[in-house]
Design a protein around this ligand. Sequence first.
Ligand SMILES: *Cc1c(COP(=O)(O)O)cnc(C)c1O
Length: 378
Amino acid sequence: MFGGPTLEVDLHKIKENAEAVSDLCHRHGVQVLGVTKGFSAISDIVKAMNDGGVDGLADARLENIISLREAGFNQELTMLRLPRLSKVDEVVRYADASLNSEFDVMKALNLAAEKQGKTHRVILMVDVGDLREGVMPELAEDMAYRLCGLKSIRLAGIGSNMGCFGGVLPSPVNLGLLQEIARSIEHKVGFKLDVISGGGTSSLLLLENCMLPRDINQLRVGEGILLGTDTTNNRIIPWLHQDAFVLHAEVIEVSDKPSIPVGEIGLDALGNSPVFTDRGVRRRAILALGKQDVILEGIRPVDSKIIVLGASSDHLIVDITDAEETIKVGCEIMFHLTYSGLLSLCSSKYVNKSFKEGEHWLSVSEYPTGNSLRDWSS
Ligand SMILES: *Cc1c(COP(=O)(O)O)cnc(C)c1O
């Protein structure tokens, strides 16, 4: 690699987060699927999640499910995004279970499973309010009953998704409804469902407050384990690490410049109309980091006195006038991430990834030789 922006991952902190989430869940009889889509299922991070005691793995992308399998992860893999009709063979081949809502797709999964001599587990998604995927509650029982006619499909349970499209918070009411639907399905089909899957990170708050309905026995957790945050509830999860991921970007120019551009203002490089506040002459730094690497809204300088002014595809501009330390060309500036920041960094081929376990760096790509704001001791 060329020493471009580097995403540093503290595997020990990921492991501790996975451990804390798993412990909380297990104490309440809830199993945890570690969700790997936030970091493109990079093996070292998956391993850290596993070491922390998650019960299974789940991802929304078939590519990631396949790479998990090929990397030798042999525990249960769940496909989170509704399978495409065109990809049922692959879903059955690589995943043990999938979340579903469309009968035609489940019929096709059934055929694919029959051909492969397998039984594929289905979690029927029920929409209890967020309005992303899932059958409407009044249709769930009927759909579950029809599913039982498919011989190579096993109705493993039902599930729900929260805080994704509608931003609906999980609650004792909507998850209570899910639990009720599970009971009526069990009554109709004549067997007990293995799984009632009650959402992701945002459901942890209910568990902490002992308000998760009793029959919910699975959560699918990504953000909490990775970042120790819960965006839907707009909170930091105080018993988790928030700094398992830190982004480092190198300074390529430092200079004092006015805060209002000079000349007639058109559109910026990406077609937006920029707005500026006149704060006089300020010291600015340009970093080798841009919109090709990260969603701008997804990063926050570790030094809160540094202000992100904006970015084009390859240049990030920050105001360093009030920065805690003297910043020179060749320094690295560090950033904390949100989930969207993490997603974008892991999807960019320009971003180096390096891993450490405790105090020990496992694989570090090239670093600049100049002054560094990196604090090697933390
Ligand atoms: C991404 C995803 C999750 C994980 O959500 P987090 O908020 O990251 O815990 C859970 N379920 C489904 C269906 C998802 O797509």
